[in-house]
Design a protein. Sequence first.
Lengths: 143, 154
Amino acid sequence: MDMAKFEEEVNKLKTLEKDREKYFTSRQEMEMRLTESRNVKAELDLMDSDSKVYKLIGAVLVRQELEEARSTVEKRLEFIESEIKRVESSIADVVKKSTEQREKVMNMQKAFQVLAQQQAAAAQKNKSSLFVSSFRISFMFFL
Amino acid sequence: MAEEPKGVPLSELSLQQLGELQKNCEQELNFFQESFNALKALLTRNEKSISALDDIKVATSGHTALIPLSESLYIRAELSDPTKHMVEIGTGYFVELDREKAKAIFDRKKEHITKQVETVEGILKEKRRTRAYISDAFQTKVQAQLATLSTQQN
């Protein structure tokens, strides 16, 4: 059993879990953006065709055609949706990998425990045989 | 994400597992509490917009008003057309609207947020109940272990 190998596997598991955490946060952020964009889309859809729409660019409000704003938001929605799908597949992948890795680490841990027990048992045996031989020696001296 | 497969009674979990579960529950509770606070803050902001619309109702064009440029800096300005309002609808989009339409937006927003607040409130209640169950089970377990320990000593 190799301790360095075990540590390496544990570190792999840690990296996977960190990745999972990262993907979860980015999915959450994207979902927030998705909801906001959906709300904007809903409001834009309710506007009269002669409504004056402005887009805040830096510190300036720039006039935009309603149709243009609608299609921009529409495109953004599609983009975010595809991004979310991408992150979801990454999450599924990383969850699968980390489950496998966790199993691997647990198996190694179990093997370590078995080994330790065997060693302990062997040590116990050695001790008793040592005791027997020393007993025999002292017995011989006695004679 | 369920830590344990469903249907395992709390009393069968080890102290360590219960502690883990308790931590998870606490984290979730914090998350929802934060969302709840954020939603409440949004609601207050929305309410302010609605009352501002009400305030400006009586204004006619040519009215002068102090317009805040920052929290503590104002400028006296003349309203050229108090019937038109710029409303932010999100992601940097602004729309020029009359009072009724602006009000309609804020009302929709209010309804939307209120619904969310109710959902989160429900989740919070349930999470608190779960937390109580877990800490109950934890306490019972500790008591039981202490009891066996003292009988062993006697």
